[in-house]
Design a protein around this ligand. Structure first.
Ligand code: ZN
Length: 476
């Protein structure tokens, strides 16, 4: 199956996506090229030039110390050699791990990179999601502070691991809680297929997993829209991405075997996902209840502290939970049985619930305060849109039918994970969260963000969370 919207041919791609309903009118995608080729590495000097990296620029290369291989050779020295042969004198900015042994996207890292930039800098990031996000956001903040209109930024993607590379947003830890900050696009995306093929298999399956979020998030986003809780909804992302279930089932063998063709399809889907979110001006199309669950698990890991599990795989497992929860909701929700008055908790009640939930994680109360500052927005909106909810209750059969078309049953996710030999249970994650931690994340995820998802329905409807968890986590 060929992708309907192929980002490789950039001019045609830009023209074609402008015709998709929901494309933001008047907006131009500033990415100049996205290259998906077996030997894109050899073209790097030309691609830098295309991004506006002129000889007067100081080229900074941002990377961490993770060893990477391409066709049996060390990748990072290889890339530096290509640059030097072309006459560049790259200055490497090394990202050092924090106390967990990992590099995380936070302001201590972003500020380290930013401090090394100059008005004539150009930046090349070589790495996966975290390295890319740090470099991207350092460029963005530097440009804003110095009021520089263009600082060439090229992304050399080293794994098909996460949909971060082409977006103009940066998921960043702020006070321990992950927040999505407005950032910038890259000028050029370099997907050297041999590099991506030779990345660890665990990262590739995570890249698939991050996209499987769509099987719950499209429904979450539409539900929020239908209840008056999100004004950004459009079908742009779904149209751009195409039928993900079919594409993945068709490419699963190739992804598992590491063919260049399937490596390319996955890299393109990942690129499309970043663009889909950016042009929707929201992460919501590919980030629903499953991502907030994943964020709570990351929050627990940060606090423990222990390394974060592979993001996309954690997300895929959370998708199994949330899409299962959708099926339970479809089967069991009876609008006639609800007590409407009880669906509208007060600020004091929810503030107390959040304080109580997060006290054990952070006795200082900072995490709870950060969660409340965002949650409060959602609670106010929920109260303000009570009429929308009442109307939706009357129209529930039609809403359920629509949601059923958007939320894929959990066995679709399970089949794809199985076909690519992905971990299929939380206990298979590295490091694995305790079952009680996954349960905590499932139950409390709605409390950390203003994003409205199915999880919030369970909170506001005062659904029996114990029973729901038991049912939703069956077989996991
Ligand atoms: Zn994600």
């Amino acid at each position: 199956m060929t992708l309907q919207f192929d980002p490789q041919d950039i001019d045609r791609f830009k023209a074609d996506i402008r015709g998709i309903p929901g494309y933001p009118s008047g907006e131009e995608l500033p990415i100049r090229a996205m290259v998906f080729e077996p030997d894109a590495l050899a073209r790097l000097p030309g691609l830098l030039a295309l991004a506006g990296v002129t000889p007067d620029k100081q080229l900074s290369v941002v990377m961490d110390r993770t060893p990477m291989a391409r066709e049996g050779k060390e990748l990072k020295p290889l890339v530096l050699d290509v640059l030097k042969s072309a006459g560049w004198q790259p200055e490497v900015i090394w990202l050092e791990p924090d106390s967990t042994g990992q590099v995380h996207t936070d302001f201590s890292q972003i500020n380290c990179v930013k401090a090394r930039l100059q008005p004539n800098s150009a930046v090349l990031s070589i790495g996966s999601g975290t390295v890319t996000d740090i470099a991207k956001h350092a460029c963005h903040v530097y440009q804003q502070e110095q009021q520089i209109s263009s600082l060439p930024f090229v992304v050399y993607q080293t794994a098909n691991s996460v949909s971060a590379y082409t977006s103009n947003m940066a998921p960043t830890f702020v006070d321990g809680v992950k927040r999505t900050l407005p950032s910038r696009y890259p000028d050029v995306l370099v997907c050297d297929l041999k590099t991506l093929r030779d990345a660890p298999q665990a990262m590739t399956v995570a890249g698939v997993g991050d996209l499987l979020a769509a099987f719950g998030s499209y429904a979450d986003w539409w539900l929020a829209h239908r209840l008056g809780m999100d004004s950004t909804y459009s079908e742009f992302a779904q149209t751009l991405m195409g039928p993900l279930d079919e594409i993945f089932l068709e490419n699963a063998e190739g992804i598992k075997a590491g063919t260049l063709e399937s490596t390319s399809v996955l890299a393109k889907l990942i690129a499309l996902a970043g663009i889909a979110m950016s042009l929707s001006h929201a992460t919501a199309p590919l980030s629903g209840y499953e991502h907030v669950i994943s964020h709570v698990l990351d929050l627990i890991a940060e606090r423990t502290p222990r390394p974060l599990a592979q993001h996309g795989t954690q997300v895929a497992l959370a998708t199994l939970l949330t899409t299962n929860a959708y099926q339970i909701f479809f089967d069991e929700f009876e609008p006639a049985e609800i007590n409407l008055e009880r669906c509208y908790p007060t600020e004091a009640q929810m503030r107390a619930r959040i304080d109580e939930a997060f006290r054990s994680l952070d006795p200082s109360g900072r995490v709870a305060a950060e969660c409340w500052s965002d949650y409060k927005i959602k609670l106010e909106s929920w109260h303000a849109h009570r009429a929308d909810f009442e109307e939706a209750l009357r129209d529930w059969p039609a809403i359920r039918d629509r949601l059923r078309t958007l939320a894929k049953p959990p066995d679709v996710t399970a089949r794809i994970l199985n076909a690519i030999s992905s971990p299929a249970r939380f206990e298979d994650l590295t490091p694995a969260p305790a079952e009680a931690e996954v349960e905590f994340a499932f139950k409390n995820a709605p409390l950390i963000r203003h994003r409205f998802t199915l999880g919030d329905m369970f909170v506001f409807l005062q659904w029996d969370q114990e029973a729901l968890w038991t049912q939703a986590s069956k077989n996991l």
